[in-house]
Design a protein around this ligand. Sequence first.
Ligand code: ADP
Ligand code: MG
Length: 339
Amino acid sequence: MKGSVQLLDISKRYGTSLAVDNVSLNIESGSYCCLLGPSGCGKSTTLRMIAGHESVSTGVVSLSDRNVTNLSPRQRGTAMMFQNYALFPHMSCIENAAYGLKVSGVAKSDRLKRAEDMLALVDMHAHLHKLPAHLSGGQQQRVALARALICKPDVILLDEPLSALDPFLRIKMRKELKRLQRQLGLTFIHVTHSQEEAFALADLAVVMKDGKIEQQGTPKSIFEKPASAFVADFIGGHNVIDPTDIAIDASSPFSVRSDHIRITSISNATTENTVHLSAEIVDVEFQAQFYFVEAEISNGQRCMCFIPEDDLDPTLISSGSSVQLNWRIDDMNTLSHTQ
Ligand code: ADP
Ligand code: MG
């Protein structure tokens, strides 16, 4: 289908190192996909292989059900938006936005009209004749987006598009990206190292590590069931616990969400289907709507617990106090691998 993306066993080798290692991925037409992972895990290389700015060492890239592996970027129906926007400094907004049409030989009056429409779409209608140097970061980004959209690509590729913006603008622009994606019905593939950004945007989130896909799914499914200790740690909000030397009926490491742990006073009573562990409070951090409580269990591992503001009993939960951590057995998530 137009706008669908299929990667079949793609790899990229630089000398002796594998930047991307046998990645297979299906992205549905019209969906918002985020490639997520720490620096160096192969996100940008994967994106560049989809765009055709980088050749694959092995594997097949299909776009809109067409094998594009050996096609040039311009033959693929993709458009790329770079981290630094790469606007031409000597061209006005409208000239920047019209650039792709100029290269394709579209007549001047026609391309300027279409560039104006595209700039209106990204809310830059008031700045048509300004140079990039006279625009804010958010405005430059809008122009870069208009420039990427103007050739009506089937797939938009964005490499860390929000990372140059301040936190407030980053949230505003990510909402705009999502709005545009929905409005235009295009496939977006967005590279980010921010779990928060990926979770806010993605229909399909793909977590990468060392050139491989570690887990993919909806943000909710990944948060509810991280597949590995790496994913649990990377997305945050989870504790990875090794059951060695603690009274827990588990044979391998598991994860438990920080907001699924309750802290009570030590009690001998047991509640059905619940794990009880004695612990010592190490630190209590105020985080406005909740407290971030760090507690050490008997084998020396530390657990992070989110305690809603109203549930924190200061006589019980303060540094050095002995407490009991409690979570439901159902809330323990088995990890398929430990690293
Ligand atoms: P990410 O975007 O996830 O930070 P990259 O895809 O840029 O990661 O890089 C993945 C790995 O490939 C890194 O180890 C990086 O150093 C290496 N790499 C990327 N581009 C090149 C290149 N042109 N030549 C050699 N190594 C590269
Ligand atoms: Mg990168």
